[in-house]
Every structure is written in structure tokens, then in C-alpha cells.
Ligand binder design. Structure first.
Ligand SMILES: NC(=O)c1ccc[n+]([C@@H]2O[C@H](COP(=O)([O-])OP(=O)(O)OC[C@H]3O[C@@H](n4cnc5c(N)ncnc54)[C@H](O)[C@@H]3O)[C@@H](O)[C@H]2O)c1
Length: 281
């Protein structure tokens, strides 16, 4: 079996997944649509590994070896030898569908196609391929090198064998896989996002300041970050996309995204990545 670990998308999540796979010893091929995205991704990997070198958790030689194991490309054909491809492109059903169709044509018939989607149906992504039994959700958390959880999502057609292989692989990457069924938002975002959305409603209604809302949740609930700071960290566009998936998927008005969240996304205030969200960076 080939040991090439494929990653599609070199953004926040994709470069984190590539880093973790290379650190576990896999040869990684990371694909994005433009050279500039790949360079930004490699810069993020370098910075993250350098932090470990500075803290003496990694030697300089190990860092160089990890970076050498990651090959970047804009050519999707370069993923043909992969035994697994983890897709981490922008959260958009049409885009992910296109990527899954293309991957299905390129990789060998045994290869697993995994998606890091936060909320899109794994069953739908599987159905556009000729291998729905080998399609699974591998939902890593941000920042990938730090967070232990991988939420493993089984689509309607995902086989036991694919699930078992992906579970073992997640453990090889030093992660803790936890399984759930395919349902809007899975477990993580079905529980987390309505809380974030409610915090945004409280801000919108003037119930409290951003500092008070985050302070109450940190001090009172022992959350390491307040919900508004967490929304900025995740990306407000990502939060809005997930609320829309919950709203459409369940058809329940309790999932309607807060108008303030929509307004911030319209303004391009997407959180940390655009230097402005509920806070300024
Ligand atoms: N940010 C988070 O906290 C988080 C957490 C868990 C899961 N996710 C999910 O991970 C996925 C990626 O999110 P992100 O935050 O890394 O987004 P991001 O915007 O940082 O990165 C997305 C990358 O995908 C690239 N891309 C777009 N179309 C492509 C294509 N056809 N082929 C290859 N690359 C393409 C973009 O150029 C960009 O570099 C989404 O599905 C998101 O829901 C995000």
C-alpha cells in the first residue's frame, strides 16, 4: 500500500493536518488551487513547528525532516498514489462535491476519501463518488497539532472496514477518534454553534458587552475561551455556514443565524483571519 497521505486545501485546517501526518512519518502531498495558498500553508507549518523547537520539544533536524516530507502542488493528479486523501477546502457543498468527483477519478480504487467538513453531509459527498463505502468524515479540531479529538462521521454507506482503517489512522496521528452518525452539524457543531449564535444574539440585543459575555462563560463555565473570541478564532464565515446547515437540515427556527453574524460576514469581518471580528487583531 502506498504511504502517500493526501491533503486537499492548505488553509488553517489543511496545513495543520499535513503537519500532523508528516510528523507521524507519512509522505504528504498537499494540494491547493494557487501557489500563494501553498506558500502560506507551509509558512504556517514552519511557524508551528518552530514553536516546538523553541520549547525543546522537537529538534531542528526533526523539524527539517517533517517539512521535507511535505510536497506541495496545484495539480490534483499528484494525489494519484495516496492511500487516503483528507479534503479540507472551503466549507461549500458545490466546491466539495467537485473535489470529491475529481478525487474519485484520480485515486486508486482502494483509497479512502475523507472530509474535514464541519457540517456538510458525508452521505451526500459519498453519493457523488463510485466508492461511497470508502467515504468518511474526519473532523479535526483547530488548531490541529494541539487538539486531540477527531470526530469520525459515518455516512449512510460508509463500511465498517473504512471506519476501522480511519480510526486506526487517527490513532497513528496521535489523535483520539470518537464516532458519530451523519447528521447536520454532527455532535461537535450541533452543540457548540447554537451556543456561539446565542452569545451573538445576546451581544446584538445589548444584554452585555463582548467582554462580559466572554468573561461570564470563561469564569462561570470554565471554558478556556469565551464564545465570541472562539467564533473569531473559528472564522465568522465558517460559523454562519454551519448555522445555515443546521437551519436547513433540521428546518427548525431555533437554528436561525443571528442577523449580527450575517452583517459581520457581509462586511468581511471574519474574525482573526481578517484582523477584525467581534474583537480587533
Ligand atoms: N477553521 C476551523 O476552525 C475548522 C475546524 C474544523 C473543520 N473546519 C473545516 O475545514 C475546512 C477548511 O476550513 P479552513 O478553516 O481550513 O478554511 P481556509 O479558508 O483556511 O482554507 C481553505 C483552503 O481551501 C483552498 N481551496 C479552495 N478550493 C480548493 C480546491 N478546489 N482544491 C484545493 N484547495 C482549495 C483555499 O484556497 C484555502 O487555502 C472546512 O470544511 C471547514 O468547515 C474548519
Amino acid at each position: 500500500m502506498s504511504e502517500v497521505f493526501g491533503v486537499v486545501g492548505a488553509g488553517t485546517m489543511g496545513n495543520g493536518i499535513a503537519q500532523v501526518a508528516a510528523r507521524a512519518g507519512f509522505d504528504v502531498v498537499m494540494r491547493d488551487v494557487g501557489q500563494e495558498f501553498l506558500e502560506r500553508g507551509m509558512k504556517a507549518i514552519d511557524k508551528s513547528l518552530q514553536r516546538d523547537v523553541d520549547k525543546e520539544r522537537l529538534s531542528k533536524d526533526e523539524k527539517s525532516a517533517i517539512i521535507r516530507r511535505i510536497c506541495t502542488t496545484t495539480d490534483i493528479g499528484a494525489l494519484s498514489d495516496a492511500f487516503i486523501v483528507v479534503e479540507a477546502v472551503t466549507e461549500d457543498l458545490a466546491l466539495k462535491t467537485e473535489v470529491f468527483r475529481a478525487l474519485d477519478d484520480i485515486v486508486t480504487s482502494n483509497a479512502i476519501l475523507a472530509s474535514n467538513t464541519s457540517s456538510i453531509s458525508i452521505t451526500k459527498l459519498g453519493a457523488v463518488t463510485r466508492r461511497p463505502d470508502k467515504v468518511i468524515g474526519m473532523h479535526f479540531m483547530n488548531p490541529v497539532p494541539v487538539m486531540k479529538l477527531v470526530e469520525l462521521i459515518r455516512g449512510a454507506a460508509t463500511s465498517d472496514q473504512t471506519h476501522e482503517k480511519t480510526r486506526a489512522l487517527s490513532e497513528n496521528l496521535g489523535k483520539i477518534p470518537v464516532e458519530c452518525q451523519d447528521s447536520p452539524g454532527f455532535i461537535s457543531n450541533r452543540v457548540l454553534m447554537p451556543m456561539i449564535n446565542e452569545a451573538i444574539f445576546a451581544l446584538y440585543e445589548g444584554v452585555a458587552t463582548r467582554e462580559s459575555i466572554d468573561g461570564i462563560m470563561k469564569l462561570g463555565m470554565n471554558h478556556p475561551m469565551g464564545p465570541l473570541a472562539l467564533a473569531d478564532f473559528i472564522g465568522l464565515d465558517v460559523c454562519l455556514a454551519i448555522m445555515n446547515v443546521l437551519h436547513d437540515g433540521f428546518g427548525d427556527p431555533k437554528y436561525r443565524p443571528c442577523p449580527l453574524l450575517k452583517r459581520y460576514v457581509d462586511a468581511g469581518w471574519l474574525g482573526k483571519k481578517s484582523a477584525r471580528g467581534f474583537y480587533e487583531y
